[in-house]
Design a protein around this ligand. Structure first.
Ligand code: AHR
Length: 506
């Protein structure tokens, strides 16, 4: 039996809603088909955006959406995606399947999507193949209210008022697809490019995100921070608000570091291997944070995990460049575990974007023509949505033991706990075992006996259980009833291979 102590008198900071963020790239069927179907489509839409997709995303309270890439961002020239659609330039999407990109989804369409979703905006700029002027003019086009060439152009294209850019990425993966740069070189470029990411009108400042490391490239983190740090004045001059981190969970094997395997057909060994690789996120956050702490002890710079999720082989028969994969309970557990980890690192992790929102990698939604299904990962985001903007509570789980063997061994249960502004406590738990349930004895250090369960839901199933267009509800949220009250809290029995959310109210 495991024990979960919740020290509810000890609040550890607000969980930024943005760690429940999403990512949408011009890749495969994410933007086109998955989100944007154009106004004249038979698929119900508002200004070209699929109504089913927008409604489903609103239910999970999507807080922020990153766009247009990804690797695509450093090849994207924003001016090709404005003005009359029929005359927009066509280009080849060299990274993703070599297909023709007609630029019909551009800046105006992106902001329209975010308006419909009611979410914050995260635009990723092109440092790899774009000029400083191009980046600077994009900022001016999007955010300048007064009289200027770019503001006039925006108005001519039908948008009188400027938009709000909440986050701006100065390049993407510039150690790889974004220009194959060395860290010192990128950092010098970052210093230059970010200078022209102006805060027009003195309104809400744009949160500037510097390209951070790939996985465990701590050298990149150190060098970029050292180059951007002003050693004379011992500060960053406020020109870096966030440093990104990209980490994808690939099962990997000893003889094949790039092994991904099928999304739905895998062994128990590969199941635990995947979970263990997902758990690696904890170590990555700790180690990159240690370096950040040295330069930025006041934690002003957020660690932005703006690409994360499970990456498997594509579904058989689909375009390998489109990265379309199914999504099972295994993905749900990786999501539940990683979101619990992000919650617990609220002091440093300020944003995270699962890759990617629709039809690409670990998606929350899959579409096929007019049909749409919710994946197990979708249900995790729905169950965890109450953590957004709530205060993280000090919590500690002991005694659950481990699952998996040898190098694949990891804790059986992961948890995090928060309290919202109305005093409702949300506890989210994952049981990583395929075969055994786990009893968790939950105790609150303050007023434990006064709390009652106000809502309890869970998802569970075989390790490869997933939803299809024929059987869309194989994995779905169900009411969770297997708990009993006790003087200082409650005792819960979590089924094997499950993600649970329990809400407590006085
Ligand atoms: O999400 C798919 C790709 O993975 C992104 O374009 C890139 O940034 C990363 O390598």
């Amino acid at each position: 039996m495991a024990k979960l102590i919740i020290r509810n008198e000890n609040k550890k900071g607000i969980i930024p809603p943005e760690i429940y963020g999403h990512f949408s790239e011009h890749l495969g069927r994410c933007i086109y088909e998955g989100i944007y179907v154009r106004e004249n489509s038979d698929i119900p839409n508002v200004n070209g955006m699929r109504t089913d997709v927008v409604e489903a995303l609103k239910e999970i309270k999507i807080p922020v959406l990153r766009w247009p890439g990804g690797c695509f961002a450093d090849e994207y020239h924003w001016m090709d995606g404005i003005g009359p659609r029929e005359s927009r330039k066509k280009m080849i999407n060299t990274h993703w399947g070599g297909v023709v990109e007609d630029n019909s989804f551009g800046t105006h369409e992106y902001f329209e999507l975010c308006r419909q979703l009611g979410c914050k905006t995260y635009v990723n700029g092109n440092l790899g193949s774009g000029t400083v002027r191009e980046m600077s003019e994009w900022i001016e086009y999007m955010t300048f209210k007064g009289v200027s060439p770019m503001a006039i152009l925006r108005k001519q294209n039908g948008h009188e008022d400027p938009w709000v850019v909440d986050y701006f990425g100065v390049g993407n993966e510039n150690w790889g697809c974004g220009g194959n740069m060395r860290p010192q070189h990128y950092a010098d470029e970052y210093r230059r490019y970010q200078t022209y990411v102006r805060n027009y009108d003195g309104n809400k400042p744009i949160t500037k995100i510097c390209c951070g490391a790939n996985v465990d490239d701590y050298h990149w983190t150190k060098e970029v921070l050292a180059t951007c740090f002003d050693h004379t004045e011992e500060k960053f001059h406020g020109f870096m608000d966030g440093l990104s981190l990209h980490y994808y969970t690939l099962p990997e094997t000893e003889d094949d570091w790039n092994y991904k395997g099928s999304a739905t057909d895998f062994t128990e060994e590969v199941f635990y291997q995947t979970l263990k690789r997902g758990y690696y996120m904890e170590e990555l956050i700790n180690k990159h944070s240690e370096i950040l702490d040295w330069y930025d002890p006041d934690k002003k710079i957020g660690l932005m995990v703006d690409e994360w999720g499970v990456w498997t082989d594509v579904e058989p028969g689909t375009n390998p460049g489109f990265l379309y994969q199914q999504n099972t309970m295994r993905d749900a557990l990786v999501a539940g575990m990683n979101l619990n980890i992000f919650n617990k690192h609220t002091d440093r992790v300020k944003l995270a974007c699962i890759a990617q929102m629709v039809n690409v990698l670990q998606s929350v939604l899959l579409t096929e023509g007019a049909k749409m299904i919710k994946t197990p990962t979708y249900h995790v985001f729905k169950m965890y949505r109450h953590h957004q903007g709530a205060a993280l509570l000090d919590s500690e789980l002991t005694g659950s033991g481990t699952v998996g063997t040898g190098k694949n061994e990891l804790p059986k249960v992961f948890e995090s706990v928060s309290e919202d502004s109305e005093g409702t406590i949300t506890i989210t738990l994952t049981n990583n075992s395929i075969e055994s349930k786990e009893t968790v004895d939950i105790g609150l250090t303050k007023d434990g006996g006064a709390y009652r369960v106000s809502e309890a839901v869970f998802i569970s199933g075989a390790m490869n259980a997933h939803n299809t267009f024929e059987a869309p509800e194989t994995v779905k949220e169900q009411e969770f009833k297997d708990y009993t009250a006790k003087p200082d809290g409650l005792s819960v029995n979590i089924p094997a291979c499950a993600v649970v959310s329990i809400r407590l109210k006085k």
